[in-house]
Design a protein around this ligand. Structure first.
Ligand SMILES: [Zn+2]
Ligand SMILES: [Zn+2]
Length: 135
């Protein structure tokens, strides 16, 4: 049986249900992710759009320029403000989903860490297996 996980915003109105395992799980220390989340890094999982069973609820779009010239389109809940998922113009076949929105402490650990130059000193990833550090 294929696992299905549902991510949701703080108020529960905006939800995305994803089947199977994500194709990439990463954390990002960039300043834009810090501002977006209010935390010191963002964590996201990419799912193929084909594996997204449904998206429920209205979302408002925030589009910003990505680092490699494309755009990142964030879908956030107009009621509570949580960003739940986003689209990357350079990788059009995936949705990136905010891992915290799954509210699932058993969600798999990240395998990629990007924008390491912006990482807060105390954030220590040495316990993570096979993490790839970029930037
Ligand atoms: Zn909400
Ligand atoms: Zn980032």
């Amino acid at each position: 049986m294929t696992i299905e996980r549902e991510a949701g915003c703080a108020c529960g109105k905006l939800r995305i249900a994803c089947r199977g395992e994500p194709i990439r799980i990463s954390i990002c220390h960039c300043l834009a992710c810090q501002r977006r989340t209010g935390s010191v890094f963002g964590m996201q999982a990419r799912f193929l759009k084909n594996n997204v069973r449904h998206i429920a609820g209205d979302s408002t779009l925030y589009v910003r320029a990505g680092d490699s010239g494309g755009t990142v389109s964030f879908h956030f809940c107009p009621n509570c403000g949580s960003t739940v998922y986003w689209e990357l113009s350079g990788v059009p076949d995936v949705y990136a989903v905010a891992v915290g929105a799954f509210a699932d402490p058993s969600f798999p650990a990240p395998r990629v860490s990007v924008y390491e130059t912006r990482r807060h000193d105390w954030v220590d990833l040495t316990g993570l297996p096979a993490i790839e550090r970029l930037g």
